[in-house]
Design a protein around this ligand. Structure first.
Ligand code: PGA
Length: 254
């Protein structure tokens, strides 16, 4: 079994003071957690400060995006190397909010993926279908096409550090979650594709996590699916007790 990966995606929330308060609460609530990789993705401005507060805790830091160049005349951008320098170990790439609002495409996600690995950041590549695509029966073909294009040109020796987050767009921030069975079906298809692309030996460490209205009430049934290796949590990750309960999901049904 892969080590579960639970990520809190704070999006554009929390200044430095609020971020520190939340992390201090989480440090208490997560004491003793050692069988789950717990990752938080604060806004860029809070990362360096939090790198000190998370040092002796189960939490690792994650960026919400990067640009693919190392440095240069790219006003407003932050590189993978800069995030690693500030204390990040992971980075979220191709979140649907970036795809929908900021012109992110599979091609840009692919460049960012290679840049993240160059800086030893572990990429979390987000994919997901729209409601129209799901209703047209095209969820799996859409998602597998995104995975294929986002991971193009990646060498098999690096794929183990990549995670895929399946986030159906209609489930993000809406309170509507994919049923555990629907999530499992897509996760299984993603895993099969990764095995086909990279071989089971290289790709067996790749984690496929679910995102979209994950909360303390639905995490146990999602994690009970054999191909759900973790969760990407938005809104519920801003509340310390709820996020801690998600991290402490019940393994029993697995
Ligand atoms: P949500 O967001 O949990 O608030 O639906 C998930 C995400 O966008 O990563």
């Amino acid at each position: 079994m892969l080590t579960p990966l639970i990520i809190g995606n704070w999006k554009m929330n929390n200044g430095i003071r609020e971020a520190a308060d939340l992390v201090i609460k989480l440090r208490e609530l997560l004491k003793g957690v050692d069988s789950v990789d717990v990752v938080i993705a604060p806004p860029f401005t809070a990362i360096y400060h939090l790198s000190h507060l998370t040092a002796d805790s189960p939490m690792q830091l994650c960026g919400q995006d990067i640009f693919w160049e190392k440095s240069g005349a790219y006003t407003g951008e932050v590189s993978a190397e800069m995030l690693a320098d500030a204390g990040c170990r992971y980075v979220i790439l191709g979140h649907s909010e970036r795809r929908q609002r900021f012109g992110e495409s599979d091609a840009t996600v692919n460049k960012k993926l290679l840049a993240a690995l160059r800086a030893s950041l572990k990429p979390i590549v987000c994919v997901g279908e729209t409601l129209e695509e799901r209703e047209a029966g095209a969820a799996i073909s859409r998602v597998t096409a995104q995975v294929r294009a986002s991971l193009a040109g990646l060498s098999g020796s690096l794929v183990k550090d990549v995670s895929i987050a399946y986030e159906p767009i209609w489930a993000i921030g809406t309170g509507r979650t994919a049923s555990p069975q629907d999530a499992e079906e897509v996760h299984n298809a993603i895993r099969e594709l990764i095995y086909e692309m990279f071989g089971t030996h290289s790709a067996r460490g790749v984690r496929v996590i679910y995102g979209g209205s994950v909360n303390a009430g639905n995490i146990d049934s999602l994690m009970s699916q054999p191909n759900v290796d973790g969760a990407l949590v938005g809104g519920a990750s801003l509340k310390a007790e709820e996020f801690a309960r998600i991290v402490r999901f019940k393994h029993a049904a697995r």
